[in-house]
Every structure is written in structure tokens, then in C-alpha cells.
Design a binder for this molecule. Structure first.
Ligand code: 5CA
Length: 437
């Protein structure tokens, strides 16, 4: 892609409510544009990054055997009346009437709808367990939408739902998701800590929030440094190993404000290992047994001939929130560096261009075509601007690698820079090898 053609409305004017880095940066680089309070359009740069995050989330869901589907954003109020949540959910739910006067709503979550789908199709324990998920927009009429995509009203969420015959089997599903979450966040370059959590309007008695450390986070967190030393790779994908994994992670003190107890913290965590900071919740998982299946009449025949209520859990990841959360975690000294897997481009080529010197641009174009042929997604900065303005812009955009074509390039050797890192003089072949690694 040529930078001159990319729809990337870079702006310096920021609204006064853009208080945190991710919000400022997403507006400045034209990743998003607000259309109403807490509601955003995703412009090409932001959308591309979010789609790459979505891909990783999807792969890790598929890896544990969850099946993707798609439910609508608009739901009928009837099933919410059946579960009893229609009144409980309060003003956070956006209620709509269609032209026939039927009560509808824009889904804030999907426990009811998925249970309704499940009960009408699955009748026997033989079809269990099942895990289904979708990645879809949600709407919650938050009292105070803020921090850009971190707490908005319309947001993109991966929500998964598990169905099991009994509690023992349901906990195995819970462990699989726990594992998928840790793997997902790791691939996104994040250290996420699972924390015992309150269950709020979703309900249930077993729940973990996955929180990443960031000064600008909304929740204060208290944890043990040693939790970061656990090596996820040592666990295998079988029930015993995954149960051990959950036990090991949850053996360390890790709580948010709501569950914090100073006496307990001091007793369980050595002073030198205590971490007190802020965090961003990027995922939340729940086991709530038959909280929805019972009122919604979702029963299956069990092996002994009885009717069992299906035991369920639900598992959310804030896909759109992750874009902001990753910025918060990775932003350093006014420079952004996207993890390679989700960077909007693999590499950016920055030639020094002037009226009298078109040679660098011609060289850059040749490299660009060459990389393109090898499926390297390169951005070519073909804009006629001075180099310091260019560098500032690319520090903002955060593509992890740069090829700089200027006074230091000789013949087929160019300056190659890893953003936030050192500069080397390399041949194109060496550069290609480097980015392939
Ligand atoms: N039904 C359950 C699990 S599928 C559920 O809705 N859980 S949740 O309420 O915790 O939301 C899941 C994830 O969505 C959160 O961890 C968070 O990352 C994201 N999220 C929730 N509310 C918002 C919001 N207002 N703006 C952006 N992301 C949000």
C-alpha cells in the first residue's frame, strides 16, 4: 500500500475527553472516528488491526474445539423475559420496538439466545459437550462511556458458550477456555493475569477476569510477581494437565479492588513480590451451572434416563477493547510498536524524497514491488515530506520494521531499523530473512 493512497486521516486536534494514550493515538492516526458518544467507526488502519486480533482469537477458539457461528445483534425480548433478566438488566440494555410494536433489544450478551438455540436442537447427553462461539457487535448503554474503545457503548466481542451434562464435565470446558485465553493473550504479546472475579449481571459462582497490566487501567490490581514465571508451554491439552494449569495459576494471589484484603495479601505474598498497579480487563469467563438453562427449560436426557438441566458457562473477550489495551501496554516514550502478528503492515519503506532527487523513491518502489511479490505486506511512504516528519508519523503508526532509503544507503544496502531498536545496514536479502524470522 502506498501511504499517499491510504485513508489515514492523521490529525493533531484531539477532543478534551481523549485522556488516555490509546484513545489519543487511535484518533491521531485515524484508526477510529467517533460517530456518537461511545460509538465509533473503524477506519482502515484501525479496522485492519482489529481484524488481525480477531483472527488470533478465532484460531485459539477453534484449537480447543469451539465452533464458530453467528447470532444477530437484535434479539427478541421474549427469551429475556423467560430468563428473568429483561427487568434485571436495567438501563444498560438498549430496548427497541419494531413496527408491529414487538419488544426487541440490541444484544448486550447472548446467554438467552444461545440457550434457546441449544434447547430446540439438542435433546440427549450423547450430543454433549458442546462449545459454540461468535464474534459480534454488542451494545451496552454505559452510563459513562470513556477512554475511546476501552469502555464504549457499541463494541466487538467474542462470546463463547459451553454446554455440559454435569458440573464435573463443565469445569473441564471451563479449563479449556482458561487455556485458550492464556494462549490468545500470549500470542497478542500480552501478559494476562487470571483473577478471581465478581460475576455481576452474568451470574454464577466461578469466574475469572483476564487482566493485563497498564497504568491507565480502570481496575486496581494486587498480585504476586511469581505468577509471571509460570510457563504455559509445560501444560498439555488434556483434562488432567489443564486442571493442574488452572490450579497453578489460581494458587497465586491476584485480585482486583473488589476482592482485595490487605491482611491476606501481606500474609500470602512476600513484600518483594507484591505488585500493586492498574490493569485492563480484556477477557472474562463464567461458570453459572443452570442459571439460564433451568428457567429457559433447556434439559437433555441423561444416561440414567433422567432429564438434566444443561450446565453452562460463558466466555467473553473484548476484541475491540484489545486494540486500545495493546496500545496501552506497548506504548513507550511516544513510540508505538505493534506486535508483529497484528501490525497493520509487515514493514514500512521510507525513502528520502526531494524535488531534485527521485532516485530514492525509484529504489523504494523496486523494493516495494519485490516484497509484494513475496507476500510481504509493505507500506511505502511515497509522501513528499521531510524525513523528521516522516519518522514522527511512523513512530505513531507503529509498524515494527523500517527500511530507510537515504544518505546511508549504498548500492543494494539500506538502513534497516526495528522501531524502538537499533539500526543496521543490510542488503534486501538480509532484510527479507530477518522479517521472515
Ligand atoms: N456474557 C459474558 C461472557 S461472553 C460477558 O458478557 N462478559 S463481560 O461482560 O465481562 O464482557 C466480556 C468482555 O467484553 C470484557 O472482558 C471486556 O473485555 C469486553 N467489554 C465489556 N464491556 C465493554 C465495553 N463497554 N466496551 C468495550 N469492551 C467491553
Amino acid at each position: 500500500m502506498l501511504l499517499s493512497k491510504l485513508f489515514i486521516p492523521i490529525t493533531k486536534d484531539l477532543p478534551s475527553d481523549a485522556k488516555i494514550k490509546s484513545h489519543q493515538l487511535m484518533l491521531r492516526t485515524g484508526m477510529i472516528r467517533q460517530s456518537a458518544s461511545g460509538i465509533y467507526s473503524w477506519l482502515p488502519l484501525g479496522f485492519k488491526i482489529m481484524k488481525k486480533i480477531e483472527l488470533i482469537v478465532r484460531e485459539e477458539q477453534n484449537n480447543i474445539g469451539a465452533q464458530e457461528m453467528l447470532m444477530p445483534t437484535i434479539q427478541s425480548a421474549d427469551i429475556w423475559k423467560e430468563s428473568g433478566r429483561y427487568d434485571d438488566y436495567g438501563e444498560e440494555m438498549l430496548r427497541i420496538k419494531d413496527r408491529q410494536g414487538r419488544e426487541m433489544l440490541y444484544g448486550p450478551t447472548n446467554e438467552e439466545l444461545i440457550t434457546e438455540i441449544f434447547r430446540s436442537s439438542i435433546k440427549s447427553y450423547k450430543s454433549l459437550p458442546q462449545m459454540l462461539y461468535h464474534i459480534q457487535w454488542k451494545f451496552r448503554d454505559e452510563v459513562r462511556p470513556r477512554f475511546g474503545v476501552m469502555r464504549c457503548r457499541e463494541f466487538f466481542m467474542k462470546d463463547a458458550y459451553s454446554f455440559d451434562i454435569d458440573e464435573e464435565s463443565a469445569k473441564k470446558s471451563y479449563n479449556k477456555m482458561f487455556y485458550a485465553y492464556l494462549k490468545t493473550f500470549k500470542r497478542l504479546g500480552l501478559e494476562a493475569i487470571p483473577m478471581a472475579a465478581d460475576t455481576g449481571p452474568i451470574g454464577g459462582d466461578l469466574s475469572h477476569e483476564f487482566v493485563i497490566l497498564a497504568e491507565t487501567g480502570e481496575s486496581k490490581i494486587y498480585t504476586d510477581k511469581k505468577i509471571f514465571e509460570i510457563n504455559l508451554n509445560k501444560f498439555q491439552f488434556n483434562d488432567t494437565s489443564l486442571e493442574n494449569m488452572r490450579k497453578e495459576f489460581t494458587s497465586f494471589y491476584a485480585v482486583t479492588d473488589e476482592k482485595f484484603n490487605k491482611g491476606e495479601f501481606d500474609k500470602l505474598v512476600d513484600k518483594s513480590n507484591q505488585i500493586i498497579t492498574k490493569g485492563i480487563e480484556v477477557g472474562h469467563i463464567f461458570y453459572f451451572s443452570d442459571k439460564y438453562s433451568k428457567p429457559l427449560n433447556c434439559f437433555v436426557d441423561s444416561q440414567d434416563g433422567n432429564k438434566n438441566s444443561v450446565k453452562m458457562g460463558s466466555y467473553g473477550i473484548g476484541v475491540s477493547r484489545l486494540v486500545g489495551a495493546i496500545i496501552e501496554a506497548k506504548y513507550n516514550n511516544d513510540i508505538m510498536k505493534w506486535p508483529k502478528l497484528i501490525s497493520p503492515f509487515d514493514i514500512v519503506i521510507i525513502p528520502s524524497i526531494s524535488k531534485n532527487n527521485k532516485e530514492n523513491l525509484a529504489k523504494a518502489n523496486k523494493i516495494y514491488q519485490d516484497l509484494k511479490q513475496q507476500n510481504v505486506d509493505a507500506l511505502l511512504d511515497d509522501v513528499d515530506e521531510n524525513m523528521s516528519a516522516k519518522f514522527k508519523k511512523h513512530d505513531l503508526i507503529g509498524v515494527p520494521y523500517q527500511i530507510i532509503i537515504g544518505s546511508k544507503s549504498q548500492g543494494d544496502k539500506f538502513e534497516f531499523k526495528e522501531i524502538n531498536g537499533e539500526t543496521k545496514i543490510l542488503s534486501l536479502k538480509e532484510i527479507k530473512d530477518k522479517i521472515k524470522n
